[in-house]
Design a protein around this ligand. Sequence first.
Ligand SMILES: Nc1nc2c(ncn2[C@@H]2O[C@H](COP(=O)(O)OP(=O)(O)OP(=O)(O)O)[C@@H](O)[C@H]2O)c(=O)[nH]1
Length: 510
Amino acid sequence: MKITTNKAVTILMFIMLIPFVFISACAFFYIKNITTNTFFETMTRVTENTAQSCIEQQSDEIKLVLKSLSENLDDHNITEFTSNERTELHKIIPSIINSTIFFKGALISSVDGHYKLYPQSIKINNFQPNKKQWQPYLGMKSETFFSNPYIPVVGSDIDENSNMLITASTNVFDAQSEIKGSIVLKLDLKKMSRILQSKIIPYGGHFKVATRSGNVIMHANANEILSTKVPALWVKNSTELYGNFYDAETKSIIFYRTYNNPDWIAFTIVSQESYNHAIYSSYTLLFAVIATCIVLYLIIFLLHRIYFKQLLSMLYMNVNGVEICDERATFENISSSIIQKQKKLEFAENLSMIDELTKLGTRRKFNTDIQELIENETCFYLAMIDLDNFKFINDNFGHQTGDSVLKYVSQSGVRVISNAGQLYRFGGEEITVLFTIHNFKEVYKLLDKWRSGIFEKKWREENITVSFSCGITKWNSGETSDQILEKADKLLYKAKRAGKNCIISSGYWS
Ligand SMILES: Nc1nc2c(ncn2[C@@H]2O[C@H](COP(=O)(O)OP(=O)(O)OP(=O)(O)O)[C@@H](O)[C@H]2O)c(=O)[nH]1
């Protein structure tokens, strides 16, 4: 596949985009989770707190009033009060009704059916308070009974705005725990609901209290009290102490808190729309951050593209020495250029290391190898060979024959010496051999085999005699390459002086 700079940068940028997308997705789900949890935790807490101040605290105070009243009354007091005699109760009852926000009327009755209302109302014939469903149960002692909303008998209700009312009542017992009468207090639900007017419900929610029959009995809006009902499903779903559920009909999330005595349920209602708004508004910041990141990312992308192209162009220029044109700006082109350059380099290196005519190592190669042996302190022998009377051969048989002789002598040396040493064309008709074997006799034997082979060879040209002279020396630790070369050269000179076609060494036979 042909990879252009554009493609490469785009692929790179897409790879860089993966962690960004991953982090964004994680942040999205994390925020969603946190916001949802916060919403449900907050609304559960708000419902609990509001219900506590609205139902729990107020009903506790109502129970306390009824308890203290019932404990301080006996059948004598009730009889006196219901028969219109002036007693302490005539002061206590109005004082309770007028000084608390909970009550708007009272009914004190005896077991024999006598009763008295406060405020005073028209007496109804055959009205028997002890037969009413809102009366306390017989036998209940020190217990407060909260009635269901009911429509009172005409004339016994002092509330002009509502037809329904709720009472809190308790029985009065004598010292022998015998029931003697009852105290029934009419609750002023509108005043009891005033506490809700100062409550701010988060997420645009609203709060109401309903009885098990569904009648709304407390609400910030007084018009809703005892005139509206909550859906029956809400009451049915409120099975635990507290919880929440979704009401598909009203498209609302309902949080509830239930109570036993009074058997009332507090509801906080948040519309689906408000919930969605709360959840999605928290994404606004996230989307803003993501949008900013994308813009920054695109800028970086463009800058990278330019920078990457320049980098590639510079690379191409360095490799090829020419400016890159757009269609050649591919990794493939640069890669093939580098491969070609590498091949050329290898070829040039070979040229500088291998002699073209003799295929022996060059003098450069010799210098490198001998230096390496010296640096590594590797013991070695150096043989310096010079063809005898080579000028004569050149002059009498021609330069080409001279070349062939030189070539043959070199190749013959490679064959004979084989792995025992490395041969180099030192210059002109001079050859050097570096022996890495440490047995001098072996070194000498090989060189002499080579020398005699050359000398005994029958050449195509008549009367041609080829031989070489050789000087062998051993490297001693600490010697430089020049020093050992000088030693070898002297021995070679000796061999020439000794009549040529011979090998002279420094005497390593022992
Ligand atoms: N054909 C050919 N001749 C070369 C080459 N390199 C050097 N020569 C010749 O080798 C000859 C060396 O001659 P001299 O240095 O006088 O030595 P010689 O004739 O071998 O005499 P001695 O060394 O004393 O035996 C010169 O004529 C060079 O031109 C080469 O590559 N090819």
